[in-house]
Design a protein around this ligand. Structure first.
Ligand code: AKG
Ligand code: FE2
Length: 203
């Protein structure tokens, strides 16, 4: 796959280890993607989660929402969350993602990055309910943001990829076991972005 830079030359996408990550640009076209972005921003009941970090309450620097099949609640930092019911848009995206990944997902976490100050810190999605070596399908709409990946024990072993409007990133293998990822803040002015991570939650 190729990304095009502003000079019109094909710039190679950084080589990703296919056993960890596969990147699919443009699984939705630009218009569809901006339309999803607008719909999600205006109609999702976004919340700012307060998480407990080293005994202190901290507001996450982004907004989130959780959708999925009934009965798949999710415990995060000691709080139990029940998913909202699937919407037509989410089911449409889920269907496209399942076709590409050959995986059937039962929940999706939505993240809304309002500007360059919103972010997600280094973490792995290694919650018990996700099981060992989960496949997670990450769909991005709106502002391109950088996605950093580093090995847990060797921080110099790392990857960076620009997640573009309408793209899909599949995470798999031991990605959540031996690697961490983040979406860093930026000093540039950045517009809004919504990211969806489709997951399988085992009860
Ligand atoms: O916004 C992204 O691209 C990543 C979000 C993420 O890592 C998560 O929801 O666990
Ligand atoms: Fe994550």
């Amino acid at each position: 796959m190729e990304q095009f830079n502003i000079f019109g030359n094909a710039a190679p996408v950084p080589k990703l280890p296919p056993e960890l990550m596969e990147y699919f640009p443009g699984i939705f076209n630009t218009d569809e993607s901006y339309s999803f972005l607008k719909t999600f921003i205006s109609s999702v009941p976004w919340q700012q989660q307060i998480i407990s970090m080293y005994g202190k309450d901290v507001a996450t620097p982004r907004l989130t929402a959780w959708y999925g099949d009934k009965g798949h609640s999710y415990t995060f930092s000691g709080t139990k969350f029940d998913p909202l019911p699937w919407t037509d848009e989410l089911l449409q995206i889920k269907q496209r993602v399942e076709k590409i990944s050959s995986v059937v997902f039962n929940t999706v976490l939505l993240n809304y990055y309002r500007n360059a100050n919103d972010s997600v810190a280094w973490h792995s999605d290694d919650e018990y309910e996700l099981g060992t070596d989960p496949v997670i399908a990450s769909v991005s709409f709106g502002q391109v943001r950088r996605f950093d990946v580093r090995n847990k024990t060797d921080h110099q072993h790392k990857y960076a990829i620009d997640l573009e409007n309408g793209s899909l990133l599949l995470m798999k293998g031991d990605m959540q076991h031996n690697w961490e990822h983040r979406v860093p803040k930026s000093t540039k002015t950045l517009a809004e972005r919504v990211n969806l991570t489709f997951r399988i939650i085992n009860k």
